[in-house]
Design a protein. Structure first.
Lengths: 542, 140
């Protein structure tokens, strides 16, 4: 894990003092809410329906037990004893008092955490593969690159007032666990003739106009990456649309001028930017990489005892192969049946921290699917880890099943939402509460957004649900066929929307069509892609 | 009105002209860039310009930051002024992009500006100012 040096710490500490002053001026009435807004938004503080919400950055989703315990502490001391893990690998607190914000940031800074650029039209928290460093299929650990980008993008003077927010994901495997091509910039690290570099995809995103990022450069050398990204951002900052907030993301620019023209402009800008000497020396990437050296593995390869049937089920569903013999990757589901996707109590956060400290070389990850990962668990310890999770009600064996739902906070919290997301997620999970039934349906990624902004990634759901407001009534549209993985695709709306119970029924009917038509090992999405929308439509609307 | 200036030379008295007017008549020494204007159009003329004023009609419109860097990267040495909806919390970023004078529409508190400019001792990236990026401090 990366550790701050004095420079990193000084920047985060200075930010706390800075924000404390800004809040003080706001509370004293020296600045208006209008003037305060851009300041608080640069620091992850949103005014929601009922209270302030604070979004804390978890860079590339990686944290240690000390940091995780701090997140629990903040939930306990400053919020209503829980936190909400987000699709951008961050955590949000929903019931924050303005006058306590600076204290929270100060506490976070003591464990090398912050809320810098978790909102605003700037480069947001860099996201990555939750299995980084543990995945058998990775070319290299992507996190040092993500940390390099974190530092480069922090308080970037030219790119803090972009046309719109800007999200970057970095992966290093052919399997995409980070929805890389649905980001403003997606980087896939690859090796070419022995040299490391990045495939650069630009212009993906969800929102009201979902787009899959086209490849803009098949290989940018490590030493050129920051210059290349500066060129990408500069073209966007200069020519991205600012006349309409809904057309301001980079995907619209690239869609309008075309990927070829954007590529040409970036190449021209890059030829200039590269002369400015903004790329750090290789030694800097090496310095950062040293923090991500593999842990001191010492377990021999031994399969766990499967005699406890509940444990065996969890093992098969939530535990994934590791690149190191004797080890496994443990997924902790934050999707209990009937619960709120992504929420965890302070007690649960503490339990996860303790298990990470004892059994996972002190490391945890947050996933974009709003779950938690223990990346380095020895197989001999899996049963103990499972017992610890079970006792904290964290052992739901539903990873990637229909109840492992991504959902945005929706109208229960969010001031942008048109409809509630959480109750729909709860009803669907409850309808499919029978775990045998879920397992029979297999991998089925269901994602729910409470408005067109698509924070719940509904476009990328095998089944997506979009809540809209129809003449003052919450209405839910269904989409099928989306994927945020390496088989990336955008879901299509299947027909007229439903009310809350109607959409649950429609999802159930879709699963029945799938069961009737599937061949071999086909997943829901494979069957849908093979047979098309009609059989589903007939069953649902017929 | 110029409220903050970080240069020792004399203030240019000549009023600035629009980019189009400048490209037409071109004996002016002061020019004003609107957000839509291409700063690179000035590159052939930088030697004889003493003032480039960059308009910020809305603080959210960040095109002027790129314009400033482009001009400095091309070697422009004259006064680079940010004019318009310039807020105290943008001044540090603007300085880093090469602005050295500020004409905010709404008057700014000099103490707050001084504080904003001295809040952070170090920066992560190389830009158009003389600040040495942290990676260089780490590796020499």
């Amino acid at each position: 894990m990366y550790k701050y040096d004095n420079y990193d710490q000084a920047i985060v500490d200075a930010r706390v003092a800075d924000f404390r002053d800004q809040v003080k001026r706001r509370i004293a009435g020296e600045i208006t809410e209008d003037q305060f807004k851009p300041l608080r938004l640069m620091n992850g503080l949103y005014l929601q329906l009922h209270a302030y919400m604070l979004r804390v950055a978890i860079p590339y989703g990686t944290l240690d037990s000390r940091q995780m315990r701090m997140l629990a502490h903040i939930a306990r001391k400053y919020d209503r004893d829980y936190g909400h893990f987000t699709t951008r690998q961050n955590i949000q607190y929903n019931w924050i008092k303005l006058e306590e914000c600076a204290d929270i940031l100060e506490e976070l800074a003591t464990v090398e955490m912050h809320a810098i650029q978790t909102s605003g039209n700037c480069i947001r928290n860099i996201s990555s593969d939750q299995y980084a460093g543990a995945a058998a299929d990775e070319v290299v650990d992507p996190r040092p690159w993500a940390e390099l980008l974190r530092q480069w993008s922090t308080f970037h003077p030219e790119f803090s007032y972009l046309p719109r927010k800007f999200k970057i994901a970095v992966i290093a495997s052919a399997e995409d666990r980070a929805a890389m091509r649905l980001h403003d910039i997606g980087l896939e690290l690859i090796r070419k003739d022995g040299e490391l570099g990045a495939r650069v995809f630009v212009g993906g995103g969800m929102g009201r106009t979902p787009m899959i990022a086209p490849e803009i450069n098949p290989f940018v050398k490590a030493d050129d990456l920051l210059s290349y990204l500066e060129a990408c951002l500069r073209v966007y900052n200069r020519y991205g649309r600012r006349d309409n907030i809904y057309k301001a993301r980079i995907k619209i620019l690239i869609h309008e001028i075309g990927a070829d023209e954007y590529r040409r402009q970036v190449a021209e800008e890059f030829a200039h930017v590269k002369t400015l000497g903004i790329d750090p020396p290789t030694a800097e990437l090496e310095r950062i990489s040293a923090f991500f050296a593999p842990p001191a593995y010492d377990a021999s390869d031994a399969e766990p005892d499967r005699s406890d049937p509940d444990f065996a089920v969890w093992l098969d569903q939530n535990v994934k192969p590791h690149k190191q013999a004797g080890y496994a990757i443990v997924n902790i589901s934050l999707k209990p049946i009937g619960g709120i996707p992504g929420d965890a109590t302070s007690a649960q956060i503490d339990v996860m921290a303790n298990l990470a400290e004892k059994y996972s070389f002190d490391e945890l990850r947050v996933t974009h699917a709003q779950n938690i990962v223990l990346p380095y668990v020895a197989k001999r310890d899996l049963y103990a880890v499972w017992q610890g999770l079970r006792d904290a009600e964290l052992a739901d064996a539903n990873l990637d099943l229909i109840s492992d739902i991504i959902a945005c906070p929706g109208l229960d919290y969010c001031s942008l939402a048109n409809a509630r997301s959480i109750p729909v997620a709860q009803k669907i999970a409850t309808r499919f509460a029978d775990m045998d039934r879920q397992r029979d349906l297999g991998e089925l990624k269901l994602k729910i957004s409470g408005c067109i902004n698509a924070c719940g990634h509904h476009h990328a759901g095998h089944i997506g649900i979009l809540g809209v407001d129809r003449k003052g009534v919450e209405n839910y549209q269904l989409t099928f066929g989306g994927s945020g993985a390496e088989d990336v695709s955008i879901g299509k709306i299947i027909g007229p929307g439903f009310d809350e119970d109607g959409v649950v029924d429609a999802v159930e009917k879709a699963t029945e069509v799938y069961k009737a038509l599937r061949q071999g090992n086909e997943r829901f999405i494979d069957t849908y892609r093979r047979v098309g929308m009609n059989p589903f439509k007939e069953a649902i609307y017929g | 009105m110029v409220e903050f200036r970080y240069r020792s030379d004399e203030v240019t008295e000549q009023p600035s002209v629009t980019l189009d007017a400048f490209l037409d008549q071109s004996n002016a020494t002061a020019v004003r860039l609107e957000p839509d204007d291409d700063a690179r159009a000035l590159i052939p003329f930088l030697d004889r310009l003493t003032l480039i004023e960059v308009a910020f009609p809305k603080y959210r419109d960040g095109r002027g930051y790129s314009a400033a860097r482009i001009l400095r990267e091309a070697g422009y040495q004259g006064e680079l002024r940010a004019q318009g909806d310039v807020l105290v919390d943008q001044i540090a970023f603007m300085r880093r992009c090469g602005f050295d004078s500020f004409a905010p529409e709404a008057s700014l508190n000099p103490e707050a500006v001084a504080r904003a400019l001295s809040n952070y001792d170090h920066v992560y990236q190389k830009a158009a100012d003389t600040a040495v990026p942290i990676w260089k401090l780490r590796h020499g």
